[in-house]
Design a protein around this ligand. Structure first.
Ligand code: SF4
Length: 400
């Protein structure tokens, strides 16, 4: 087994408790040494290409340890410096929920099988309506989402949705159920180019507690899905942990190792890491281990310095204020104008019923784009076509 895979699987096999015992032993001096290591790295794409796996693991562990909390300001400053070397652009995308049918029981999700909500799977005509409405917002990357309900929403359904939407968007992403290599190859061939799949938690013990029924209970099958997608031809992969389930320090290290493992599979692979914090949803449980803003910024800073080439994503789960404060430096991709229920773009606003989670940044894409430009960043994946940004009197710089 390759070093990168071994490092990830060893961390998972030993578990979060073993990690915690080690993390608690890191000292101030060790954290300072780790900061020196990341400072000396010259690669703008990945520390992984400059540092041997064992050193990478040690550095990452030190940077997420409790001892590193006293060095958060330095870590963040380093991350901002690192980001300043890269392109000063932020990408935008919007989710399009195709179905809220689901056979799984994930305790944190409003779409869980045993939750009593109205179920809706969009027809071809409804997908077309949603795509048309969303495209008018100017966002050029759409993320198609489903739950896991093979009878209603199988691979053929996803392919049909790609075929309907692909003429309206420049980039099609998928956040759906895990597939086999041949199934990933089919959706890739149909026009999907970004594959997002969160492990939710890398701690197998917590994973079993929060995934109570359905195919998603299979931890390994989910963990290996991004790998299968790369094998099938995807060159843009998004991973993430749902923050609030497990220990955020353990999840950060696991995300770093997972990203490094994926990067080692294909040198031209673009890896994105998302930081979804659990938000309230009808019938869902709240966070067991809430992650506050300082911890979130700590996570993002550590991953930015460890893996400078990865894209860090913040969704509309976060407030406009926090997204504005972090975008361009720590976050380089944002969702915008999001609706998190099927049919959300083309039907009248509801009282939040039927959403997968509660949205906290309600600004339309035009306002998010204008805010980025006002702060000197270019915007990718957005075309100004609604006039909303002009109304703000801002000269926009769009980067395609
Ligand atoms: S998180 Fe996904 S798989 Fe789990 S219940 Fe929600 S929609 Fe279904």
């Amino acid at each position: 087994m390759d070093d990168e895979a071994l490092a990830l699987f060893t961390l998972i096999a030993r578990g979060a408790e073993d990690f915690k015992a080690r993390a608690d032993r890191w000292t101030d001096a060790a954290v300072e040494q780790a900061l020196e290591t990341v400072k000396s790295v010259t690669s703008v794409t990945s520390v992984g290409s400059d540092v041997a796996t064992a050193d990478f693991v040690r550095t990452a562990e030190a940077l997420v340890s409790p001892a590193a909390d006293a060095h958060r300001a330095t870590l963040r400053a380093l991350a901002v410096q690192r980001a300043a070397v890269g392109p000063q652009t932020v990408s935008l995308y919007s989710p399009l929920y195709l179905s809220n049918a689901c056979t799984n029981r994930c305790v944190y999700c409003g779409f869980r099988h045993d939750n009593d909500i109205a179920r809706l799977t969009l027809t071809d005509a409804a997908i077309e309506r949603e795509a048309t409405m969303l495209a008018k917002s100017g966002v050029q990357e759409v993320l198609l989402l489903t739950g896991e309900a093979p009878a209603q929403v199988g691979v053929d359904y996803v392919i049909r949705a790609i075929e309907i939407t692909r003429s309206r968007f420049r980039t099609i992403g998928l956040e759906v159920f895990p597939m086999s290599v041949s199934e990933y190859a089919r959706v890739c061939q149909a026009g999907a180019s970004v594959l997002t799949l969160y492990q939710e938690t890398y701690d197998p013990r917590v994973y079993r507690q929060v995934h109570q029924a359905g195919r998603k209970r299979n931890f390994q099958h989910r963990l290996s899905a991004p790998h299968r997608a790369v094998e099938a031809g995807f060159r843009s992969i998004g991973i993430g942990a749902l923050l609030g389930l497990g220990d955020w320090r353990f999840e950060t290290l696991a995300l770093a190792l997972h990203a490094r493992f994926l990067q080692a599979l294909a040198p031209d692979l673009q890896v994105s890491i998302s930081f979804p914090r659990i938000r309230s949803a009808e019938g869902a449980v709240s966070a067991r281990r809430a992650v506050d803003d300082d911890a979130l910024i700590h996570m993002m800073s550590a991953l930015r310095v460890l893996l400078p080439g990865v894209t860090l994503v913040l969704s509309t789960r976060e407030t406009a204020e926090l997204r504005d404060a972090l975008s361009g430096t720590l976050a380089t991709k944002l969702s915008a104008g999001s609706k998190t229920n099927p049919g959300g773009y083309s039907t009248e606003a509801t009282d939040g019923r039927g959403e997968q989670f509660e949205v906290h940044d309600h600004r339309p894409a035009s306002v998010v784009a204008a805010s980025l430009v006002q702060r000197g960043f270019g915007v990718r994946g957005y075309v100004e076509n609604m006039g909303g940004t002009r109304a703000l009197g801002t000269r926009l710089t769009f980067v395609g």
